[in-house]
Write a protein that binds this ligand. Sequence first.
Ligand code: PHE
Ligand code: ZN
Length: 882
Amino acid sequence: MRTDTPPIVRLSDYRPSDYLIDAVSLDISLHADDAIVTAELDMRPNPAGSAGAPLRLDGDELELREFTVDGAAPPAGAWESSPQGLTLHAPPQQPFRLRIITRVNPAANTKLMGLYRSSGVYCTQCEAEGFRRITYFLDRPDVLSVYTTRIEADRNEAPLLLGNGNLQESGELSGTGRHYAIWHDPFPKPAYLFALVAGRLDTVSEPFTTMSGRAVEIAVHVEPGKADRAGYALDALARSMRWDEETFGREYDLDVFNVVAVSDFNMGAMENKGLNIFNDKYVLASPETATDADYANIEAIIAHEYFHNWTGNRITCRDWFQLCLKEGLTVFRDHEFSADQRSRPVRRIADVRTLRAAQFVEDAGPLAHPVRPTQYSEINNFYTATVYEKGSELVRMLGILLGQDAFRSGLDLYFSRHDGHAATIEDFLACFAEASGKNLDHFAQWYAQAGTPLVTARGVWDEEAETWTLRLKQMTPPTPGQTQKRAQVIPIQMGLIGASGRELPLQADNNAPLQDDVLVFDQEEMTVTFRNVTERPTPSLFRGFSAPVRCDIDLSDADELLLFRADSDAFNRWQAVQNLMLKHLAADVAALRAGRPRVGAPAFAGALEDFLASEGARDPAFVAQALSVPTEGDIAREIGSDIDPDAIHTARQTLRQAMATALLPALRAIRDAAEPDGAFDPGAQAAGRRALRNLALDLIAAAAPEEGAERAAAQFHDAGNMTDRMAALATLSLLPGARREEALAAWEREFGDDPLVMDKWFGVQAMIPENGTLDRVRQLMSHPGFTLSNPNRARALLSAFSLSNPTQFARADGAGFSLIADVILELDRINPQVASRMLTAFRAWRTLEPGRRGHALAALQRIASRPGLSVDTQDILNRMLA
Ligand code: PHE
Ligand code: ZN
């Protein structure tokens, strides 16, 4: 039974397991509502555990059928079991074998954890604690075992039987219509990496030869009839495998690598050993159904899961507090991969935008936690932007601080020293300290201290002395449970730029902690003087976003424009124009709220025009990023408190319109230029051109709605690919009227039976910033293509609404909050993980102006008053209301 205060697990309580499981033999006989699991566990006491301790196996909603120890049923009183666990009071103190038979019901499993059915396909999800929903087990990542799995199913229902490792044997059970396959995985692994798939799927595959010449068959399995959408994922997989060999010397280690796409999945994808299971949204792509953003996501997530084979699987985590050990490092690796496959600066800008939109917000609110948390009540709630994205930034900073050679040596040492083991952050950092000879004790604090540091920078140029003096301060705001903060080690990659735009030499005082162009700022305050600064410099700080911090620097608009025009660092060029826009927008919001005159046309529009003319054709993807007006979320973050989403929306629309009006001739020229024709090319170059053309369309619609609507409607009908189709629909969606409704109706007619494409349709409607959207969303919830029990559907409509439509989610009358509260209550009974994730949309509720804040609180309290909430939802609520 669940109580209202779920038990808390603490990092400081970690103890090695008292028992180990060396080998696991599973026999799983599949029937839709009745799967029989026979597990044989070869166990022994752990020399590092406490001798004679009782053995407590984890379970979750299990039905026990049979239990023996070394072939005999133990006497009553020697053991006990419940659906939530099995305890053997005095286990043998030498190696012993348990045999456990359990029964589970895949068809009834709506939590999508453990063994479940997705569109008739049997599949599993075991991270973090799903294996205990299949059999009783030591379900913890530091118990590593060699698995042999026999899967048996009806041949007609499930012609394909997949497991971890390599296929050992397969055959028919004569006269029964059933068949079986036996898979063996020679690499010891924790239970969370176990997987099986059984179903009717179409396959695309190809051979891959590893760097040492081993033959591997790589394959992607998808819903019948969709094999023509699996090619890009297969290609991305082959590129990932090659890249990991070339970049990090990591070779694949089994004879097969299988990727399976399923339509019901809680997260993006899962790195099970040799058998990655994916949300089909991150596998299926064709020019007609997937946008450029979809292609980029597929490439990144295929790479991410593949890279886990080394960072996560060969080397796993000692306990779940170390989650960032695999996730932060693997995100870093997939970011590097995408940067190499596409444009490095454009990827960096995209990654930082995500970091700020998700992690900075999390870090500034009630759900803030360190990259390595010290306690949890539900681990599923810690698959967060902080663990993933900030975790990745910490790895990136290591590279900047140690230099790329020492960084690479440290990583090599980590791979060789910890292969086959479950490791900790301390183990990881020790490898880099050893390889570089540097002390990383202070750096390690990044893993323990939550909150986003604010760095304040002020520079003074002394013309006489030809010096420039930089005064730095850092401050990390308090976060839940951490009121006192200490200085972090902050690498500031920097340059100084002269008035003509040339890069000035960077020569600091001898004792300054400057390594090449990286200033290491590791105290509360620091002053550094630069010599031979012969002209007034404009500082370019945090080039490439060298640390996950906020920076307050008093640059004038002219300084920002100089950086925008002349900085050699593309990221900071983009940052400069963002700063200009954010400053303008924040001032306009303040004016609106105070009833003062509005700020007027932006002075920087002319610079944007020059920029578009000079660079639009050369680097369209970058230009598209630079011309993107900060989102309403970006603006709210900049303002920080007393947020009025309507004022933000109005200010943003006004700026878009003013910018677009100034750029109109150039935007029309982009639109009217001939496009190269030929087959759809999903590569970064072609995608960049589409991005700029579609941004131009969107801006034209802001300046000249009638013209924009006409152009968008034409593009909607003529588009040869989903990127252009979707962009046209998005533009039309902001223009009320018949054209919009016609386009929506046409989409439904064309794609009504394609759930992933319909998700775009649900999402675009949920994001319309109009009063009518609430009713629209309510109606869409009873659309035949909608169901709350599929996570993609739920998120397409409702997370789009709660995360990307601030004026309607945070309506002044509270009706948006109330709708999402109703949804969470319903969803919590079906799938707690999806419900608790959706609840995090309220994480910035305290930053709202008082009226909206009151409505948000009421909605949260209404959810909290419901008896029987899941631990997942309860945990988020407790923290959000604390
Ligand atoms: N480990 C997965 C990944 O990031 C994420 C995941 C977590 C998937 C929990 C399912 C369940 O690659
Ligand atoms: Zn991962």
